[in-house]
Design a protein around this ligand. Structure first.
Ligand SMILES: Cc1ncc(COP(=O)(O)O)c(C=O)c1O
Length: 324
């Protein structure tokens, strides 16, 4: 592609989401994010380009704004979310922030259950938007946060609207209708590979399904981080104890890639040196994209690989990510 940044996509939101944007104009800032070429490793993969969708440009600073807007819009439209209810869900932080930003702007109370190793930046951002934060033990992982939400909702079902991003179809559909559509337009249909991991499975399922529909030969490269120390936002799917999200369509992945967390962090640092300030999972995505690109280049094949910068690097100041 000719230019290094493409910003002019303007994919219109689906009708239910548009209704909310009409009420709260700042929600119109969600989506239509730019795409940038990632050049940090270009010498090692001649003939193959890597592009990244800059999801940290969303108002909540992450890839979760689109699905949260869609899930809340649908719940309001069909009467599951009414004025008297508190929005509740578990989150590694970014979905929680999206619920807090969007839910609060729409006038709802928001309660987030989060493992207690979530970075202080995330907790402070949640509180800045007035959300109530409940902690679960980090040792018990995200799955305990999910179980705890279910206990709270079971104890007081009338109080809550449980959005349940792991089983809510609006999650993947948001990426099917917007993220994938934008990627398709921004690459002029030339995309050959999409690289991503799994948190809730929303991006992988939504983007993967749409791209396979538009161009069946697009390869979906699924990355899986090691369980310890892990990558914020991504599930270590090889762990047999790990909960598999209901919305994840595991058949979409053409290939799996193991991710060493130290290398993912290093990739975030290389990105930062090129002016792209993104978090751990973005580093894991880009590091994997570079492995895919090198393999293609070694085989003498070209390609246009797309991945995602999931959240802002500012969310990790209190972690060791930027210590090197
Ligand atoms: C930083 C980060 N990376 C990746 C993901 C994974 O995206 P998805 O939930 O669509 O699988 C998330 C979401 O949970 C996230 O917050």
């Amino acid at each position: 592609m000719a230019s290094s940044v493409q910003t002019h996509t303007h994919v219109p939101p689906v009708a239910k989401v548009q209704n909310l944007i009409d009420q709260v104009p700042c929600l119109g800032l969600i989506g239509n994010t730019p795409m940038v070429r990632v050049d940090g490793w270009a010498d090692s993969h001649p003939g193959v380009e890597i592009w990244a969708k800059v999801e940290y440009f969303n108002p909540g600073g992450s890839v979760k704004d689109r699905p949260v807007l869609r899930m809340l819009a649908e719940a309001i439209a069909d009467g599951r979310l009414t004025r008297d209810k508190t929005i509740i869900d578990s989150s590694s932080g970014n979905a929680g922030i999206a619920y807090a930003v969007i839910g609060r702007a729409l006038g709802y109370k928001v309660e987030i259950v989060i493992p207690d190793n979530a970075s202080v930046e995330r907790i402070k951002r949640l509180k800045a938007h007035g959300a109530t934060v409940t902690h679960t033990s980090a040792q018990d992982g995200y799955d305990e946060a999910i179980r705890h939400v279910r206990r709270l909702v079971a104890a007081d079902p009338d109080k809550y609207f449980y959005c349940d991003q792991y089983s809510n179809d609006g999650n993947w559909q948001a990426h099917y209708d917007s993220t994938a559509e934008e990627i398709w337009l921004q690459t002029a249909g030339e995309i050959s590979h999409f690289v991503y991991g799994v948190g809730t499975g929303g991006v992988l399922t939504g983007v993967g399904r749409k791209l396979k529909k538009l161009k069946p030969e697009v390869q979906i490269e699924l990355l899986i981080p090691e369980a310890f120390p892990g990558v914020e936002g991504l599930k270590p799917l090889r762990d047999p104890e790990d909960h598999i999200p209901e919305i994840l369509d595991q058949r979409l992945g053409d290939r799996d890639w193991d991710v060493d967390v130290d290398l993912a962090w290093e990739a975030s640092q290389v990105l930062a040196a090129s002016g792209l300030f993104a978090g751990q999972s973005s580093g894991a995505n880009v590091w994997t994209a570079v492995q895919v690109a090198r393999k293609l280049a070694e085989a003498g094949e070209g390609g246009l690989i797309v991945t995602v910068l999931c959240d802002t690097g500012e969310r990790y100041f209190s972690t060791r990510l930027w210590d090197a």
